[in-house]
Design a protein around this ligand. Structure first.
Ligand code: G1P
Ligand code: ZN
Length: 539
């Protein structure tokens, strides 16, 4: 029943910021998934007794890839797979299931916030027993194996029925199909004050949650409408669709347009939120008010005492280097640990495992805590609802009070998309070479205090990672340049800008950052090198 099939390597199976991410059509090539999975299995080695989670965000090709993975796992001697019903699992729920079952890891089939469908993107994220994505030391070995693979093993059997909860077998391997929502809901009930939030909705509070036709719909309906009592219809686009109904499931001001239009209209409910394709990103909105993810992390951290699970104290907080410095001021005020890591959630895992941090976040709409080892979209929404329920304040009031207390980091990200890899790599290399000459230089009223690559030395595994180039000015303003590691073709240059203000708290961010944007564009010669006069996406 176990077949060994000869294959030849693909040369492009390197994992990026978050797993392998490719155009669907690339992944659909013969043996593409098989090569990648066998390379992971070969890297792990002995699979006897091992238990893995499998599931995805329901995007196009999820159903086919999942059957391949099941049959290959059985052929390679995996003891057990835990699979979300119908092959669905959100990234945060998957992390929780790995931890709860003390599983050896898992495979989440998702390209996160990238569009899906035959002409969209597909991806595979590999988590280890930490419940978080495998570190670079492991993914590097996997990549090496993908370049040398000669054969893979697969069970010759009909497709497994994933629609019935319960246990079945394929050869010696046990397959347990689970309801992916229940465990996750129970965990959220242990963290937050559900009674307070129920009371909030009973008092007439209104919300709109946009699941963007992706995986969080069923979770959101169960939690917000069925359990917490938000009016029926509060959760929209709740049915996961293979192409996300044509939406780009990235919860930001551009792609979550329907929600943003509503929240900035006179019909806005009290609270608005959206999640991405696989449910780990979140966007928070009040009536005609947007909270940047960097501010959200700072505000949640500042209010940890309002949440049952955290009120006894938190270890510390971490952010990616590209995220604004807002949370650093909160960490200082509360006298808790504070860390800056490279972009990518995997860098938070060691800090959580070693009790250095409880909360963490990224500017890219990611917020989370050590309840799991991935960012968690619904967790962030519940955290905000819990704060609102306890304080009786609106999203806007909470944020304004925060700025009054700590000052405001005006912050924006500018993405230059679809650049050739060559041009992008050269731009970064030349800029890096130029950085030392910028130290101490004046650009108008801005004086450079430090210009250097961002280098992270992990305090736990002592690995060192270089990620992005940072120019810091004497007033605390910063420019960060990075190349995206999640694209499926070409290169995207990300430029992150911030400026700290204690007096002018209600200005237009673009106006406040205009001068720094000009410095950033000129210093890296972005227009000359890319032919682009302005960014393609601004968030
Ligand atoms: C992007 C975000 C990063 C996030 C990752 C996965 O990666 O910038 O913060 O962790 O997606 O959601 P990038 O494309 O910048 O490498
Ligand atoms: Zn995601």
């Amino acid at each position: 029943m176990i077949k060994t099939i000869a294959t030849t390597p693909y040369t492009d199976q390197k994992m990026g910021t978050a797993g392998l991410r490719k155009k669907s059509k690339v992944v659909m090539q013969p043996n593409y998934v098989e090569n990648f999975m066998q390379s992971i299995f070969n890297t792990i080695g002995d699979l006897s007794g091992k238990v893995y989670l499998v599931g995805g965000d329901g995007r196009f090709y999820n159903d086919i890839a999942i059957q391949k993975i099941i049959k290959m796992a059985a052929a390679n001697g995996v003891a057990k797979l835990i699979i979300g019903k119908d092959g669905f699992i959100s990234t945060p729920a998957g992390s929780h299931i790995i931890l709860k079952n003390k599983a050896d890891g898992g495979f989440v089939l998702s390209a996160s916030h990238n569009p899906g469908g035959e002409n969209g993107d597909f991806g595979i994220k590999y988590a280890n027993e930490s419940g978080g994505q495998a570190p670079s030391s492991v993914t590097d070995k996997i990549y090496q194996n993908t370049k040398e693979i000669k054969e893979y093993k697969i069970f010759d059997a009909p497709d497994i029925d994933l629609s019935k909860i319960g246990t079945q077998k394929l050869g010696d391997m046990v397959i347990e199909i689970i309801d992916p929502v229940t465990d996750y809901v129970n965990m959220m009930q242990e963290i937050f004050d559900f009674e307070a939030i129920k009371k909030l909705f009973r008092s007439g509070f209104t919300m709109r949650f946009d699941a963007m036709n992706a995986v969080t719909g069923p979770y959101a309906q169960r939690i917000f409408e069925e359990i917490l009592g938000a009016p029926k219809g509060s959760v929209v686009n709740f049915r996961p669709l293979p192409d996300f109904g044509g939406l780009h499931p990235d919860p930001n001001l551009i792609y979550a347009k329907e929600l943003v239009d509503l929240m900035f209209s006179d019909k806005a409910p009290d609270f608005g939120a959206a999640n991405d394709g696989d449910g780990d990103r979140n966007m928070i909105l009040g009536k005609k008010f947007f909270v940047t993810p960097s501010d959200s992390l700072a505000i949640l951290t500042d209010n940890y005492q309002l949440i049952p699970a955290y009120k006894k104290g938190i270890f510390g907080v971490a952010k990616s280097a590209a995220t604004s410095s807002a949370v650093s001021r909160v960490a200082k005020a509360h006298n808790i640990g504070y860390y800056e890591v490279p972009t990518g959630w995997k860098y938070f895992v060691n800090l959580m495992d070693s009790n250095r941090i409880t909360f963490c976040g990224e500017e890219s709409f990611g917020t989370g805590s050590s309840h799991i080892r991935e960012k968690d979209g619904i967790w962030a929404v519940l955290f905000w609802l819990n704060i609102i329920a306890v304080t009786g304040k609106s999203v806007e009031e909470i944020t304004l009070e925060h700025w009054k207390k700590y000052g405001r980091s005006y912050y924006m990200r500018f993405d230059f998309e679809g650049i050739s890899t060559e041009v992008a790599d050269k731009l970064m290399a030349d800029l890096e070479e130029k950085l030392p000459s910028l130290n101490g230089r004046n650009f108008g009223t801005y004086k450079v205090s430090k210009a250097a690559p961002f280098v992270y030395n992990d305090p736990v595994d002592h690995s060192s990672t270089k990620n992005g180039l940072v120019i810091t000015f004497e007033d605390g303003s910063r420019i960060v340049y990075r190349l995206s590691g999640t694209g499926s073709s070409g290169a995207t240059l990300r430029v992150y800008l911030e400026k700290y203000e204690t007096e002018a708290l209600l200005e237009d961010p673009l106006k406040m950052l205009k001068d720094i944007l000009e410095i950033a564009m000129n210093t890296a010669e972005i227009s000359q090198r890319t032919g682009k006069q302005k960014a393609d996406v601004i968030t």
